[in-house]
Design a protein around this ligand. Structure first.
Ligand code: TTJ
Length: 653
């Protein structure tokens, strides 16, 4: 049956009124919609940087996952092909190819050419709404140099191709098949995106998350670009329980099994998985309709209050807290906790600037009740586990009290010594924090060069030296009074932990400058761990940067170049050699100390020529993992991690 026949059959079965059928202006309207997307891509995908680029893939994959959730698909493959082309394939029913009566074109064409057409064909259930998600396949099409969709309906293979949103030919049958499924192949438009290079790890993290959230669905990611071909197959029948195990794989857990609760009411469906480890940080990841809600919302609020209430009720009842004891605080009962909350609601409201906060008020009591009653029962049934967890929480409460006392002490001290900036700090002249930079420099000699080479108008220098407290192992109370970290705290001026106040930050750029070697990497990691644990908003708001000193100096007579990577060195060498055959002197810098003040300024501190890496905390779980693996006790995973991520550990950490 060809399209015309399909259309006739469809129309015979689905009589529609005349007005809707005469929709001959539809094509024009379609293209106007997609042109709007190309004019203001940020409005639809957030950004045209790497984030927006990767978002295209998620947008397509989400459609296949919906088909899996509907129960018609159990395998999804995502391939990064040469030239950064993406192919997503599922074994579902195939996007319908029948004529959509309103527009008079095949439904699959509508999906790729009409804005907000996504989700229309789904069979009810918990649909995504709002936010950047579910903007639909048409947005991906509009922002692709080309896109091809192939549908297999068990009889025919259909295909249609688009270029920058324009159809190259109508949907056509290109062959026969007994298979079912949908394949979408696209190349993001280099005219739209600042970068078109896909990161395997970025896609992997997000696809793995989706595999955890959709238990039983098999998601495969392959990379067949030049170089080493790679493939990861992910299928987790344990769902979010497996997610918690995955996040804790490098940690010492306090109880063998992941605690899990689930409930469904009129408000929707809620699932919680949680497990404690012997560390001090909290990892809480929440999702609503499979979308990561990084700003929390009603489900997180419900989780936290249910958890705190269950702990305190049990502790009172069992006499673990005496009558005149204070209640355990929320942060006490979440120390060392890794938890995943996943809710599905029929009308999800995403709020806030980034649409990453769940607003539905009915979800709070759902999750709170689930966690309260689930945990109360769990404690009764597992008294030994309960004891271990309570000891941990009571320890946290005592440390919190000790930290409060230490803080009072420092407060009193600083009230006495009014000008209490650290002695080693070479401050700048400018007083507006928005215009100033603080370089935290490893070692006294590099610190000396930096002091001489800087622009003292707006650049301040704080040298650090010696071995620092390993903050992964330390609670807040030990940071106060630590002679390496306190100068950093006082120089920044914004306090730590509960006291933290971003508005008091004295320098809006905080630049870690250390050698490009193992020791330098160590000090970077320590400082980043510290910022991550105790001044997290500094990282979240993008205030932390890493200076990148050059690795090489290339010199021929008076001509001097600097290279920041091996590849760059080779490129510069080739370019210099092409001009003259005279000998080039290549010096590898072993440390910042080898540079004189002027060189340090030229290569690493001058905003005109330096390279700064802004530290991002895209994913709290991943960051926490890096810190834990690099700093924690389990030596095995640490070595493995450093080997696998040598590049990352050097550049980003
Ligand atoms: C909708 O209801 C009727 C049967 O087919 C359902 C559907 O649309 N299924 C579907 C869509 N399966 N897979 C997709 C899909 C897959 C990819 C990779 C991309 C897109 C846009 C849709």
């Amino acid at each position: 049956m060809d399209n015309q026949q399909q259309k006739q059959q469809y129309e015979a079965q689905h009589p529609v009124d005349q007005e809707l059928q005469n929709y001959d202006a539809s094509d024009i309207q379609v293209l106007e919609g997609l042109e709007a997307v190309r004019k203001r891509p940020g409005m639809y995908i957030g950004s045209t940087g790497p984030r927006g680029l990767h978002h295209l893939v998620y947008e397509i994959v989400d459609n296949a996952i919906d088909e899996a959730l509907a129960g018609f698909c159990d395998r999804i493959t995502v391939e990064i092909l040469p030239d950064n082309v993406i192919r997503v394939q599922d074994d579902g029913r195939g996007i319908p190819v029948g004529i959509q009566p309103k527009l008079g074109i095949p439904a699959v064409t509508v999906v790729f050419t009409v804005l907000h057409a996504g989700g229309k064909f789904g069979g009810g259930g918990y649909k995504v709404s709002g936010g950047l998600h579910g903007v639909g396949a048409s947005v991906v099409n509009a922002l692709s140099e080309w896109l091809e969709v192939e549908v297999r309906d068990g009889e025919h293979i259909y295909r249609q191709r688009f270029e920058r949103g324009h159809s190259m030919y109508d949907l056509k049958v290109i062959g026969d098949t007994t298979d079912r499924g949908t394949t979408v192949t696209f190349k993001p438009d280099g005219e739209i995106f600042e970068v078109t290079q896909f990161e395997y790890e970025t896609l992997l993290t997000r696809l793995r998350e989706q595999a955890f959230l959709n238990a039983g669905v098999e998601i495969t990611l392959t990379d067949s670009r030049e170089g080493e071909p790679t493939e990861t197959v992910m299928r987790y029948d344990g769902g979010i329980r497996s997610f918690v195990e995955h996040l804790q794989r490098h940690k010492e857990v306090l109880h063998p099994d992941v605690i899990y609760f689930q409930d469904e009411t009129d408000a929707g469906l809620a699932e919680v998985a949680m497990q404690y480890n012997d560390g001090y940080s909290e990892v809480l990841l929440s999702f609503a309709n499979n979308i990561h809600t990084s700003d929390g919302g009603s489900h997180e609020v419900g989780f936290k209050s249910g958890l705190t209430r269950a702990f305190n009720d049990y502790a009172r009842q069992k006499g673990l807290l005496k009558d005149n004891d204070q209640n355990l605080a929320g942060e006490d009962v979440r120390e060392g906790l890794t938890a995943i909350i996943s809710v599905k609601v029929s009308d999800a409201q995403f709020e806030g600037q980034t649409k990453a906060k769940l607003g539905n008020t009915e979800v709070r009591p759902l999750v709170e009740g689930l966690v309260y009653s689930g945990l109360s029962t769990y404690f009764e049934e597992h008294p030994a586990v309960a004891k271990t967890i309570f000891d941990k929480a009571l320890g946290a409460a005592r440390a919190r009290e000790a930290a409060r006392k230490a803080r009072e002490l420092t407060r009193r001290k600083s009230a006495l010594e009014t000008a209490s900036l650290p002695g080693k700090l070479a401050d700048c002249q400018e007083r507006d924090p928005a215009l100033t930079e603080l370089y935290i420099v490893e070692g006294d000699s590099a610190g000396g060069s930096a002091k001489e080479g800087r622009d003292r108008k707006y650049q301040a220098i704080l040298p650090l030296w010696g071995k620092m407290l390993n903050v992964e192992k330390a609670r807040l109370d030990r940071v106060y009074g630590n002679d390496k970290l306190m100068p950093v705290v006082t120089a920044l001026g914004c306090g730590i932990g509960e006291d933290f106040d971003l508005s008091k930050l004295r320098y809006h750029k905080v630049i870690i400058m250390a050698d490009a070697d193992v020791d330098g990497s160590h000090i970077r990691t320590l400082l980043l761990t510290f910022f991550f644990r105790f001044m997290r908003p500094l990282v979240e708001e993008g205030h932390i940067c890493i200076a990148q000193p050059p690795l090489y100096q290339l010199r021929r007579g008076k001509e001097v170049h600097y290279a920041y990577t091996d590849a760059e060195r080779d490129q510069i060498l080739a370019e210099m050699n092409s001009r003259s055959q005279a000998k080039i002197d290549v010096q590898r810098y072993k440390g910042l100390g080898e540079m004189d003040p002027e060189q340090l300024w030229d290569t690493t501190m001058n905003p005109e020529s330096r390279i700064l890496l802004q530290v991002e905390m895209e994913d709290a779980a991943r960051a926490d993992e890096i810190f834990t693996v690099l700093m924690g006790d389990k030596v095995g995973p640490r070595r493995e991690f450093i080997e696998q991520n040598a590049q990352y550990a050097q550049l980003d950490v």
